[in-house]
Design a protein around this ligand. Structure first.
Ligand code: GLN
Length: 513
């Protein structure tokens, strides 16, 4: 029998619709895979006890002849930053340990309405602050390509789960790169939609003007299918766009079938391909560009002079917003409460709870953010950062005059070793140098595999960016590039991932759940 965990969501969808397989079989195969490999990976914080039941209900609907959505019966993992009424939602923090929200995030509600099968909640850096998932209060996730390495962050759990075939699909959130950078270092695909294109209602906020929820998958088409489910207007999110969106799956299929980039102006952002990037990132990026040119793309170099200040501006704006968003974790309304040994005022309880409940990176950013917002320094820090943000948006406007899409490596290096950057916040922050500008401008971006770095055998990722509201362009160009790369290699990149040396355990556990 085919190993159901190896199939893409699109292939599962076809087989489910044809009645060749049931959702219960598919779900069971993935639960078995989780049981076999997640002890090593730690991609999941919580595995749903309702998954098989949900799958059986979808099978029953299909058997009764109901018309179902394209992804009905397909399993999905959900980043723990998203509220789920039937599973704990901790955002990777001790302060929310065991907290079960009274409602679903809009994106989760949409998954359920489309009959996807939630498998569980995935690990993440605490409150999505980080690039390695080492800041999770529940311990790190490991990269399925090499268990001694990080899976990226903050959404390392979702990316690792997808790359290790624990799930075909996952949801992530991207405030400064947390979908695209984990995709790059795990050989998977991740999309940060246009700001406002996907609802943020029920996504535990990091920085509200930057956060976007988006799809994580092993192929561009799968990401598109999921984006079609989660996107669209939500009256519960005041920044939600009212646009009517085209079918992203249609856009991806068009790119995949044509394998052509004729007439597409591809802008290489000079400032996002600079010094300090790993040699194999440079070389695989250059090879991918050659392939794009051979497929008819017009490659142009564009300059975005203010991107140099993007990381600095982001690390003022993000902590400022985060310090405000995190003020609600006050021991009164959510989660943990610690009673101090001395003192008994409300302030004492709040202080003791926040001291015990927040990890060091969260505290660092709260201090940074409140400082940047304080009366004497507001203009010098937060105010200046907002001005830089405007300049970055203008750089994008100018660049998109010259190019239909912009490209860069999705991360400056391949996956680094656990512990390598943990005690060096600045080194950690610089991982997002390529992804942060898109969040500051609200434009959509995709991370997808572009090669394997010769020096370490690890995957590298390409970033494709499009103007706001032109998410469909990412899917067309991304799917074309993906198909061209696969034709060249004769295989998919993800199929090169070592199987965690767990193939035997996996066979042994098949049928256990
Ligand atoms: N790594 C970035 C940060 O630490 C991005 C986080 C994110 O996108 N959630 O802020």
């Amino acid at each position: 029998m085919t190993d159901l965990t190896r199939l893409t969501a699109a292939a599962l969808s076809e087989k489910l619709q044809a009645g060749d397989i049931s959702s219960v079989e598919v779900t069971r195969a993935h639960l078995n895979r989780i049981a076999a490999v997640d002890g090593d990976l730690h991609a999941f914080l919580h595995v749903s006890s309702a998954a098989l039941e949900t799958a059986a209900a979808v099978d029953a609907k299909r058997a009764a002849g109901q018309t179902l959505s394209a992804l009905a019966g397909v399993p999905i993992a959900i980043k723990d930053v998203l509220c789920t009424y039937d599973m704990p939602s901790t955002a990777g923090s001790k302060i929310l340990e065991g907290w079960v929200p009274p409602y679903d995030a809009t994106v989760v509600r949409k998954l359920r309405e489309a009959d996807l099968v939630p498998l569980g909640k995935t690990n993440m850096d605490e409150f999505a602050m980080g690039s390695s998932t080492e800041h999770s209060a529940y311990g790190p996730t490991r990269n399925p390509w090499d268990l001694e390495r990080i899976p990226g962050g903050s959404g390392g759990g979702s990316a690792a789960a997808v790359a290790a075939y624990e799930t075909p699909l996952a949801l992530g959130s991207d405030t400064g790169g947390s979908i695209r950078q984990p995709a790059a270092v795990t050989g998977s695909v991740g999309v940060k939609p246009t700001y406002g294109g996907v609802s943020r209602y029920g996504a535990i906020a990091l920085a509200s003007s930057l956060d976007q929820v988006g799809p994580v998958s092993r192929t561009v088409l799968d990401a598109a299918l999921l984006h079609d489910v989660i996107g669209g207007h939500d009256p519960r999110d005041s920044t939600s766009l009212r646009d009517t969106w085209p079918s992203f799956a249609h856009a991806a299929r068009a790119g995949k079938e044509s394998r052509s980039l004729a007439g597409v102006r591809v802008g290489v952002v000079k400032e996002l391909n600079g010094d300090g990037f790993q040699a194999g990132v440079h070389s695989t990026f250059a090879e991918a560009l050659e392939l794009m040119a051979a497929a008819g793309a017009e490659i142009v170099e564009v300059s975005a002079p203010n991107f140099e200040y993007a990381v600095a501006a982001y690390y003022l704006i993000l902590p400022a917003e985060a310090s405000s968003n995190l003020a609600k974790f006050d021991s009164v309304r959510f989660g943990m409460r610690v009673n101090p040994l001395r003192g008994g005022t409300v302030e004492d309880v709040m202080a003791a709870t926040r001291e015990a409940g927040f990890g060091p990176e969260v505290k660092r950013r709260i201090i940074l953010g409140t400082y940047a917002l304080s009366a004497g320094y507001y203009d010098a820090y937060y105010g200046s950062a907002q001005k830089v943000r405007t300049l970055i948006q203008r750089d994008f406007d100018a660049a998109f005059q010259q190019a239909d899409v912009l490209v860069s490596p999705a991360a400056p290096t391949t996956a680094f070793k656990l512990g390598e950057k943990l005690n060096d916040p600045l080194a950690m922050y610089l991982n997002d140098i390529t992804t942060i500008p898109a969040n500051l401008a609200g434009i959509p971006g995709m991370g997808l595999p572009m090669g394997i770095a010769p020096e370490d055998g690890l995957p590298t990722g390409m970033q494709i960016m499009a103007p706001a509201r032109q998410d469909a362009r990412l899917y067309t160009v991304g799917a074309a590039l993906e198909a061209l790369l696969e034709d060249k290699w004769g295989h998919t990149l993800i199929s090169r991932a070592p199987d965690l040396a767990l193939a035997e355990d996996f066979a042994a556990t098949e049928g256990v759940v």
